[in-house]
Design a protein around this ligand. Structure first.
Ligand SMILES: O=C(O)CCC(=O)C(=O)O
Ligand SMILES: [Fe+2]
Length: 379
């Protein structure tokens, strides 16, 4: 098993080490050490909070359901809802981008100084969000240093592009216990794969600049290392990291070689996103003769022997909803009518912090977890 690079944020040599860690012939995954014992403790407490949340009955969790109210909306004269984006709870298979997967999730946006945030342990998730945000921002600044990506990144990942960041802290619970094969992923037209594929989360690439992942240590996360040499296939490895085929069936190919990403105590697992890929790519295309790719590596979570369930907390570091791609050819990436870049399912703006019945979502989460399910009847 290949060992991934392990970095420290306060290392004076971070920028050059980062450059080596994100080499375009490397895995696109690396470890980043928690800055302190307290920070690690905060992550553990937040993970425990998420465990307690997922133990609640479904009827309580769906009160926090991601829906049109909490989704991100494409700005414009006639705003358009971007399905399955933004904060809120998605039940097992309830995320339209990952239908059939054995995963329920809850995404938290930034509280934005909400006065309704209660005292107590729920604050740990806000504090953990801020820790991740600050860490990812420091990583972005290190990436933009001349000793690292420098000119390849400067245009895309400017400070302003993150002023209204759409970052989300995800709580994820994988539960393989009650898997029904018929609800697993079946590749269209491929009988051989039918009823055989069960995923915690199917192969995908993350959006945004990077993801900081903390988990309960259970195995199952894997990244696409390459493809087998096959006379049948003329495909390059590009789709494994370009974001070009992000969440398409091409990512289910049996030719893809998967490599585990083991948990490393005291470290986040970091992977790069498709925004970083595009920005580096576009900046380098704009400067002829130089090309610098940053892998947004394809990855997945699969059940492993004796793993009945697994908890993880991906922090998706995302730019503003209206952040522009710096250069052609990808500027008009999604909707032809606008220059605004719109990202994928983890992305989007937090138009206002989601509220239900006039109550702050943190408060509802607090009530669900600490005051017990019956208290939610108040809402
Ligand atoms: O749970 C994990 O280990 C990875 C989760 C992930 O890749 C995602 O939510 O995008
Ligand atoms: Fe991911």
């Amino acid at each position: 098993m290949a060992t991934l690079p392990a970095l420290e944020l306060h290392d004076p040599q971070l920028a050059p080490k980062l450059l080596a860690a994100i080499a375009d012939d490397g895995p696109g995954f690396f470890y980043l050490k928690f800055p302190s014992v307290d920070a690690l403790d905060l992550a553990e407490r937040t993970l425990e909070l998420s465990r307690r949340f997922f133990q609640l009955p479904s009827c309580d969790k769906v009160l926090l359901k991601n829906d049109e109210e909490s989704c991100y909306w494409e700005p414009g004269a006639a705003p358009v809802c971007i399905p399955s984006t933004g904060p809120g709870y998605r039940g097992v298979s309830g995320d339209c981008n990952f239908a059939g997967d054995r995963r329920e999730s809850f995404n938290l946006g930034r509280a934005g100084g909400s006065s309704a945030s209660p005292e107590g342990a729920i604050r740990s998730s806000e504090a953990y969000f801020e820790l991740c945000f600050a860490t990812a921002t420091a990583l972005r600044r290190a990436l933009a240093r001349p000793e690292c990506l420098g000119p390849y990144l400067s245009a895309g990942a400017a400070e302003e592009a993150f002023e209204r960041s759409t970052s989300l802290l995800g709580f994820t619970h994988y539960n393989y216990e009650d898997f029904r094969p018929e609800s697993g992923y079946a590749a269209p037209g491929d009988g051989a794969l039918e009823e055989t594929q069960v995923f915690g989360i199917r192969p995908h690439q993350d959006d945004g600049l990077c993801t900081l992942l903390y988990t309960d240590g259970q195995p199952g996360l894997e990244y696409a290392k390459g493809r087998t040499d096959s006379a049948r296939s003329r495909t390059t490895t590009e789709p494994l990291f370009s974001g070009e085929f992000c969440r398409t069936d091409a990512q289910f190919s049996e030719e893809i070689l998967w490599e585990p990403v083991p948990f490393l105590p005291g470290y986040w697992i970091v992977n790069l996103g498709t925004d970083l890929y595009r920005w580096a790519q576009q900046s380098s295309l704009a400067a002829p003769g130089r090309v610098r790719k940053c892998k947004a590596t394809l990855h997945r979570v699969v059940p492993r022997a004796r793993t009945k369930e697994r908890y993880s907390m991906p922090f998706f570091y995302e730019p503003n909803l209206d952040a522009q791609d710096p250069c052609e050819p990808f500027k008009k990436r999604r909707r032809g009518s606008t220059d605004a870049y719109l990202g994928g399912p983890h992305l989007a703006e937090i138009p206002s912090f989601p509220r239900r019945f006039g109550v702050d979502i943190y408060y509802i989460l607090y009530v669900c977890v600490y005051l017990g399910p019956t208290a939610t009847l108040w809402f």
